[in-house]
Design a protein around this ligand. Sequence first.
Ligand code: DX5
Ligand code: ZN
Length: 225
Amino acid sequence: MEMKIAPSLLAADFLHLEDELRRAEASGAVMLHCDVMDGVYVPNISFGFDIIKQIHAVTDLPLDVHMMTVRACDYIDTLKKAGASSITLHSDTLEPNEMIETLKYIKSLGMNAAVSLKPKYPASDVFPFVPYIDMVLVMTVEPGFGGQKFMADMMPKVREIRDYLDANKPECEIQVDGGVAPATIAECTRAGANVFVVGTAAFKADDMTEAVTKLIQTAEEAAAE
Ligand code: DX5
Ligand code: ZN
């Protein structure tokens, strides 16, 4: 599978957001990860739909929206209008039937759909949603903040999901989010992830192109082992 880097805007310099978008575009990243937090589902508040809309107006990079909110199902039309390419919902934020209806609705609007697991949830929690999604997001930190320590103990869960997907939906991708850096990306790849959210290790790098190039190279080498 193609190794994809998704820089997380949470780590960007918001006073110079357009410059940060240009750095991301030039870096070899193939999408932008947008973390939406409501202060209820996670103990932090980030940015919302109008910011996403303004970002979409000035970049061609697909916007990968990670909804860390309650009732994300109420904002699907708004996110489509704001320019989202893909929407990730957390597994425990909707009842299973409502989750499936929302995932179907996301797909019907031409966007990609994904389901995310907080660290405490097992791989099997995502299996009922696999027929309706393009990607599984395995959190490798507790959601809410950038710059946290990578949880290597999530790797068996990534492997379990990759094995399940290989048997049931091989084209479905696995994204990891939290603490992904040159020192941690290889183990993610070996466990079966191929989409990497990178906040600190991308935007806080002096040379983002160099950082992203190195991350892709390290992931590809680990995948080829
Ligand atoms: C955390 C967010 C992440 C965060 C990752 O809740 O979902 O996307 O920005 O940041 P780093 O890469 O710094 O851990
Ligand atoms: Zn995220």
